[in-house]
Design a protein around this ligand. Structure first.
Ligand code: NAI
Length: 482
């Protein structure tokens, strides 16, 4: 790990490879590149200090350099211990004009295969701005809400004057967070309060992080405004669905190279992610079975032609299991004990608590063996093995490289426009959680049409009047569901 300067990545010599892939990705990210052009002169993010906590991939590198092109200064960490692409992180640390001997890029703290301690240290580094008046950022760009969580917990404990003892932690990760906050309380009892005092807002990428934000708003503890980027139509109906349709099977293939055709695959959850996952497995010729708790999504799955049943019914018959719920305790150790020999188990939801990894490790006599990084067999005392991907963390980023550029161009164009909104219009966004205005959502879609050769029909004025919209949009009411 190279830490000569204000960054920490695995290997700076990977920067050239990273730069080549970033250059290829730029062509596949027309939304971000159009935004760079449109705002080049206006520099709407001049003065912004953006802390990002989002998978440090090639696509994210294009996002980071877009924020910089719009005037922002940026510090970055990944939002998952396995998701960093080390060549992308190296290229960002080196920067387009630097060299590995003379890095001139963005302070980035991310490498593939962090420990939990390292992960939270990286998040703290991304949030700590050595030369800012508050010591912190004035904007957060989050994925899953970990950066936002650390700030909120820090401020909460500083109000109390103490943090709970790490001995009271409910999980390993919770213990790491409590240790970190006990340390910072000792070093500077107002660190997080000062650091957060100029934060104008956070833009949140994913379903799980958005869920946390609405809870904080409900409980009256949200410290600054938030834009729920996930529920932009051009995010969740594209990234979650078509992105996972691409990257789920990419992860399974790279991890196992098992033929998916003819196999039985269970997808737990039929939300946006589940829909994309199910479609991709079916596309490979698998027989796909869905589990759901929501009657609407269960009915959708049935109408789409999938069998919908409970995990119990199929746990001993299926070959591949994928969790997509954003909920906890979906596949328990007792379920894995019933699976077939060499069943494949993976999660694509944001956190690793969908699969009961702790319970699996506690089974007496069970043996874990690494096949290769992020692919493990677990052998039960009777000799049966199952294959667990990415230790239960999101497998499309752990075993593959996440979503491809074109779909991320939509999500990250939403992110960039959301950053501009919150940073430049603080008066229009009092503390609360907002979605991106619909005209911006439509703008992001529009920026991606040419690249695909789409010819849009122009509404005639009398037609626009007849359906009650403006010729230039927005074309749908806020309650329209797409
Ligand atoms: P969603 O809310 O649209 O879908 C989740 C579905 O799971 C819902 O339909 C819900 O009814 C169902 N569900 C909840 N508990 C269940 C249970 N016990 N059994 C069966 N089904 C259950 O959420 P979305 O957008 O599909 O996201 C799901 C997760 O994936 C989130 O954690 C999100 O942050 C993450 N995500 C991951 C991505 C990736 O690249 N790996 C990309 C986008 C989202």
């Amino acid at each position: 790990v190279d830490n000569r300067q204000d960054f920490k990545v695995a290997d700076l010599s990977l920067a050239e490879f990273g730069r080549k892939e970033i250059t290829l990705a730029e062509h596949e990210m027309p939304g971000l590149m159009a935004i760079r052009k449109e705002y080049a002169e206006a520099q709407p993010l001049a003065g912004a200090r953006v802390t990002g906590s989002l998978h440090m991939t090639v696509q994210t590198a294009v996002l980071i350099e877009t924020l910089v092109a719009l005037g922002a200064r940026v510090r970055w960490a990944s939002c998952n211990i396995f998701s960093t692409q080390d060549h992308a992180a190296a290229a960002i640390a080196v920067g387009p004009d630097g060299t590995p001997d003379n890095p001139q890029g963005v302070p980035v703290f991310a490498w593939k295969g962090e420990t939990l301690e390292e992960y939270w240290w990286c998040t703290e580094q991304a949030l700590t701005w050595p030369d800012s008046p508050t010591g912190g950022p004035n904007m957060i760009l989050d994925d899953g809400g970990d950066a936002t969580l650390l700030v909120h917990k820090g401020v909460e404990y500083e109000k109390d004057g103490k943090a709970p003892s790490p001995d009271t932690a409910e999980s390993d990760e919770h213990r790491v967070i409590l240790e970190l906050l006990n340390r910072t309380l000792g070093e500077n009892p107002q660190k997080w309060t000062q650091l957060s005092s100029e934060i104008r807002g956070v833009t949140e990428e994913t379903t799980t992080g958005v869920h946390r934000l609405y809870e904080m708003q409900r409980d009256g503890i949200l410290l600054f405004p938030a834009i729920n980027v996930n529920d932009a139509v051009t995010k969740s109906k594209f990234d979650n669905k078509y992105g996972c349709r691409h990257s789920l099977i990419d992860g399974i293939n790279r991890a196992t190279d098992t033929l998916i055709g003819g196999k039985t695959a269970v997808v737990c959850g039929y939300g946006d992610v589940g829909k994309g996952c199910a479609e991709s497995l079916r596309g490979q010729g698998a027989r796909v079975i869905i589990t759901e708790i929501d009657p609407i999504c269960a009915l959708q799955a049935a109408m789409d032609g999938y069998q919908v049943t409970t995990l119990d019914e199929v746990v001993d018959k299926a070959d591949i299991f994928v969790t997509t719920t954003g909920n906890k305790d979906i596949i328990m150790a007792s379920d894995m004990a019933k699976m077939k020999h060499q069943a494949i188990v993976g999660n694509i939801g944001h956190f690793d608590n969908e699969i009961d990894m702790a319970g699996l490790a506690r089974i007496p006599g069970i043996v874990k063996d690494e096949v290769k990084p992020q692919v493990h067999t677990w052998t039960f005392p009777d000799g049966k093995k199952i294959i667990v991907l990415s230790e239960g963390r999101l497998l499309n980023l752990g075993n593959a490289t996440g979503h491809p550029s074109f779909v991320m161009s939509n999500s990250f164009a939403d992110q960039t426009l959301a950053q501009i909104e919150l940073f430049t219009k603080p008066d229009e966004y009092p503390t609360g959680v907002y979605v991106l205005p619909k005209h911006l959502d439509e703008k992001v879609a529009r920026l991606h049409l040419d690249a695909l050769g789409v010819k849009l029909t122009t509404l005639r004025p009398e037609q626009a009047e007849y359906i009650g919209v403006q010729v230039e949009g927005p074309y749908k009411s806020d309650h329209y569901r797409y």
